[in-house]
Design a protein. Sequence first.
Length: 179
Amino acid sequence: MFFISDIQTTAPATCTTLLQAQVYATLQAAGVPFERVDTDEAISMADCLLINQQLRVEIVKTLLLCNRQQTAFYLLVTAAAKPFDTKAASSALGVARLSFAPAERLQTLLGTTVGAATIFGVLLDPENQVQVVVDEEVAVVEWYGCSDGTTTGYMKLPTDWVMHGLLPQANHQPIIIPL
């Protein structure tokens, strides 16, 4: 049976990564209300559906992509149920060919592992090595569901704050595209 905690509105008692600690410090400093759950490690779509039901939000799909030369990196955020179309994303960004960035680049650029990628990773990218790209459907929903930088913590917070609070604070201007 997959474990999901009751909804909580405070940070975990102990953070397991630098990014997770920074996520909750940022939310607290900004006074942003959020709901979160602790879970077993989410590894399947069925696990994610259970998390969505508990938080009453759809957790977004967050992917770190790069060009062929691995000189340009893109943090793509789209709806979880939407299939990722490499050709459409490449075309919308004017990049010849996008592919998934290596796992070690996800760790070094955004401080997280595969399966835990989150928009909050931009807090660890002060040099703006990663361009944030948001699907227009995600940019306009009321609530944003995402990982807290781990594969065992998920949250729901206002999308408006993510787009107009978090990203400007982290000096990351998102590109909004249709996918």
